[in-house]
Ligand binder design. Structure first.
Ligand code: C5P
Length: 242
């Protein structure tokens, strides 16, 4: 029995710390790979044409640029991002409802103009690098991180966004408030006993999906493996009950 219909579609491989040639080589090594996350570092070096190249290789791109700016700039940036054919695009929810609403509309229009399917804008709420102490001492925010995450997710939903990126530990509560097809995408995923690197709050793929995650972001466990294809398959296997 398969636990999820197509496990390979649930796993997004984060390509961090690689140049364009290494990216293409890695992608060619993992035949079942469907989703790729391009972050700031890779986008700054590879640019929109890398997104095109990957799309032409049949891959779906999650463009994780975490836009945060005034409404006009957000809209224009999201429009351009959507015109690359990226299917998932991140924006900071604390940009506010006007910026989020307009950015979402602009992304839909941009994709439609060039004949791509509608992208999903994903809200980034509170970066996991923040602690509750830094939150109150540096930003003088009285809310806890959990309260803030809920508030910003509500704002994103009310502004028409189709999902969010969050810690796997936040997934259960956010899923209870936001049923599917709202996307809940979680990094911080490790196989049981796997190296945690700098992630402190991790879940296994199965735990994260059971908590309500719709897609999982996995980086170094796959990209730094001696056999990336086998590592990718191990993540898929965990979502499949034989
Ligand atoms: O290598 P690892 O699996 O830890 O990679 C996780 C990916 O998810 C990286 O691209 C990282 O930037 C991203 N990410 C994260 N935590 C967040 C948001 C994004 O680890 N809260």
């Amino acid at each position: 029995m398969t636990l999820v219909p197509n496990p390979a579609e649930k796993i997004i491989v984060a390509l961090d710390g690689m140049n364009e040639t290494e990216v293409i080589e890695l992608v060619q090594q993992i035949p079942k790979l469907s989703w790729i996350k391009i972050g700031l570092e890779l986008f700054v070096s590879g640019g929109p044409h890398l997104v095109n190249n990957l799309r032409n290789m049949g891959k779906q791109v999650f463009l994780d640029l975490k836009f945060h700016d005034i409404p006009t700039t957000m809209s224009k940036a999201c429009r351009q991002a959507a015109m690359t054919g990226a299917r998932l695009i991140t924006v900071h929810a604390c940009s506010g409802s006007k910026a989020l609403f307009e950015a979402n509309q602009a992304a839909l229009e941009g994709a439609a103009e060039v004949g791509f399917p509608p992208p999903t804008l994903l809200a980034v709420t509170v970066l996991t690098s923040w602690s509750n102490d830094d939150f109150s001492n540096e930003l003088l925010i009285a809310q806890s991180i959990n309260e803030r995450v809920r508030l910003l997710t509500d704002l994103a939903v009310a502004s028409g966004l189709g999902g969010c990126v969050c810690s796997p530990l936040e997934a259960k509560e956010l899923r209870s408030l936001n049923p599917s097809p709202f996307e809940i995408i979680t990094p911080g995923i490790r196989l049981k006993g796997g190296e945690r690197q700098d992630q402190s709050r991790v879940m296994t793929p199965l735990e994260a999906v059971e908590a309500g995650a719709s897609k999982l972001v996995v980086g170094r466990s796959i990209t730094q493996s001696e056999n990336p294809s086998e590592a990718f398959n191990s993540f898929c296997r965990e979502l499949t009950i034989a």
